[in-house]
Design a protein around this ligand. Structure first.
Ligand SMILES: [Zn+2]
Length: 297
């Protein structure tokens, strides 16, 4: 955790909505207790735990600036939750947004994890978010949102190689959807010179379905991630679809945890290799999702 102040937003009101305040430190406490109990069930470490919490403190890091050497050396795959990127970027054109991704995210990850071979970027998928959640966000926005004309902008004005309207991509549903689909279609414009595979898991490309008008509950549609290869010499090499992954997770964190269970990922992880899951948002509800995913192993 990049900060000891990380808390969790997963305390829900009875109607399923989230409180903006009242964040809870409970998940972090629960995580510590859980790991402690796992350690204690191992009798060999029992005595160590009685004398100090060193073992536990090595497993949960807060406020760190560099990753432990063991992770630096063994991190070959990184799965990145991408929903927070649009809030962090300062860009006035789509190309500047892409440059931020090349420099601020991919190169930074390569610095942290020099053994990295593959990055999987998980975007939010709005067409796959349950309607109840959408209705809730809409209501919250009605109350809080300042009056803007951002929602009247043309798609090309919101995001294109020449334009990038931050107000629209963070403040309007049309903008959020556009930016969540943008990267997957623009991978040839990333300036990356490294032997690296990048996958983008977003709703930019979806399968066909049989719905006549609006998509309903029975809709069988899924999204198809892209696989893009880069190398040291020329940068962008080629791209294609990952047809075997049929993704339907709306939340980026959900998709991120889902990739851990992917057969191809499991196969590429041998002894001394690890996956580093990177979450940019301040919430740690993702911890709960990840514990569930890891428990499947
Ligand atoms: Zn459909």
């Amino acid at each position: 955790m990049s900060s000891s102040k990380n808390t969790c937003q997963a305390v829900l009101k009875p109607d399923g909505s989230k409180n903006m305040t009242n964040k809870s430190a409970g998940v972090k406490k629960a995580l510590k207790n859980l790991i402690k109990r796992c350690l204690q069930s191992d009798t060999a470490t029992n005595q160590k735990l009685d004398s100090s919490n060193t073992e536990l403190n090595n497993l949960i890091l807060t406020d760190f600036t560099t990753l432990p050497l063991a992770i630096q050396q063994s991190g070959v795959i990184s799965i990145v939750e991408f929903a927070g990127t649009k809030f962090k970027v300062f860009a006035t054109s789509g190309q500047q947004y892409l440059n931020y991704i090349s420099n601020g995210i991919v190169k930074k990850l390569l610095n942290y994890l020099p053994s990295l071979e593959r990055i999987i970027i998980c975007e939010e998928k709005y067409a796959f978010t349950p309607n109840d959640f959408k209705a809730n966000t809409r209501q919250k926005r009605k109350k809080k949102e300042k009056v803007t004309i951002s929602h009247l902008k043309e798609d090309q004005e919101i995001v294109s190689s020449e334009n990038f309207s931050k107000q629209a991509v963070v403040g309007t549903m049309a903008g959020k959807i556009l930016i969540s689909r943008y990267l997957a279609t623009q991978m040839q414009h990333l300036k990356i010179k490294a032997d690296l595979e990048i996958n983008v898991d977003s709703e930019a490309y979806t399968s066909k379905c049989n719905c006549q008008k609006e998509h309903d509950e029975s809709c069988s549609r899924y999204t198809v991630p892209v696989r893009v290869m880069y190398n040291k010499q020329t940068g962008y090499v080629k791209e294609g679809f990952i047809d075997e992954v049929k993704q339907r997770k709306g939340e980026a964190e959900m998709a991120q945890a889902d990739w851990l269970l992917d057969a191809d990922i499991r196969k590429s992880l041998g002894n001394g290799k690890c996956v580093v899951n990177y979450v940019t948002s301040a919430d740690i509800d993702t911890v709960v999702i990840h514990i569930l995913a890891v428990s499947q192993f």
